[in-house]
Design a protein. Structure first.
Length: 217
């Protein structure tokens, strides 16, 4: 079932999934996190990482390395870096290692760096901001695989996520089947509307009452 869900999710876009959450009265859409290296839609299961202030402590391992090692092909690493410290929650060597492991991309609620390096290898980095500042001596990994919060949305390892140029959307694993079914219906209706618009139909007709009612259950 999970493979089928992923296959269907990867055929959608973030806006259709966000609309489906609205239709079902669910939360999950996050704004302000944008593609920083390459603009490629990513979708997969979340591998979660939480970061915190170093506070003088020496980290037992470099941040996000455990998530890369645990990741399956197609997973998305999701990093909470809401410390307020200007330091990268992701960097270039991590991008290289994640790409080699088959990770679909990374989403950082906070700064990332080495963006040009990620772009050169075609690895998608989504982040709230960019920086040159290293994590070393500033932030450390607090947890890997534990629940995190991204843009006010609670995210657990194994939840589904989709990200593109419009934003990031998380789907609870238990809600995935019905959310993706609703999103597919919305996407099909919008495809028909786009076809009508390209054919020269009046926009008032294309974007009429049917469009306004699309998110009603």
């Amino acid at each position: 079932m999970s493979d089928e869900i992923l296959e269907r999710l990867r055929r959608l876009d973030a806006c259709a999934v966000s609309d489906a959450l609205d239709r079902l009265g669910l939360e999950g859409a996050v704004s302000g996190i944008a593609p920083r290296s390459i603009t490629r839609r990513i979708a997969g299961r979340a591998r979660t990482v939480a970061l915190g202030p170093a506070g003088g402590a020496t980290a037992p391992r470099h941040l996000c390395t455990a998530a890369i090692e645990a990741a399956d092909t197609g997973d998305v690493i999701v990093v909470e870096q809401r410390t307020g410290i200007e330091a990268a929650g992701w960097g270039g060597i991590l991008s290289i290692g994640a790409a080699a492991k088959g990770v679909a991309g990374v989403i950082v609620d906070g700064p990332a760096r080495d963006i040009d390096e990620a772009a050169e290898i075609g690895f998608p980095v989504y982040a709230r901001s960019v920086t040159t500042r290293t994590a070393r001596g500033r932030i450390i990994e607090v947890s890997s695989g534990a629940p995190i919060t991204i843009g006010g949305i609670a995210v657990e390892e194994g939840d589904y996520v989709i990200a593109d140029g419009s934003g990031v959307v998380f789907i609870k694993a238990g809600d995935a089947a019905r959310v993706i079914e609703a999103a597919a219906q919305i996407a099909a209706r919008e495809a028909a509307m786009a076809k009508a618009a390209r054919a020269g139909e009046p926009m008032a007709k294309v974007m009429g009452a049917d469009y306004e009612a699309m998110l009603k259950r």
